[in-house]
Design a protein around this ligand. Sequence first.
Ligand SMILES: [Zn+2]
Length: 150
Amino acid sequence: MTRKQSKCFYCERMIEAGDYQVVCSYFMKLRHSEKIWTKTMHFHAKNPNCWLDRAIRELELRPYVERRGRKPDALSDEDRTARLRILRRRSSAMSRLRAEMEGEVRLYKILHLTEMMEKLKVEIEKVGGVPLKWEQIKSKQEGRSFDGYR
Ligand SMILES: [Zn+2]
């Protein structure tokens, strides 16, 4: 909860000063660069409840998970948390990638984001497998269109 006005990452409307909000920060260090990426996302936490809406949407991705031989309930709480964290990072990377595609093309940024998504794929493989949805996005990338994701 903060008193600053900010934009909701989910509904893209302003969160007025004094409203409840959830703030998420991501820090990313890239292999061949000293730069640390930071991404802060704000969500309405009450009326509208964007934080929960978004979490629910992420949970809905789970039925599509390809489990590659694992039992459906094989994930520990810890793994499930790790998985959700990866899904969020991926989602954040996707929106930044989308923004890059719309603006002036900065190839190094696109490459970094793509590289990060490949890494996330390796990470999520260990905690429940790669969601089918990710594979679907990959085929869409060939046409440089990300519109189907949201
Ligand atoms: Zn919102």
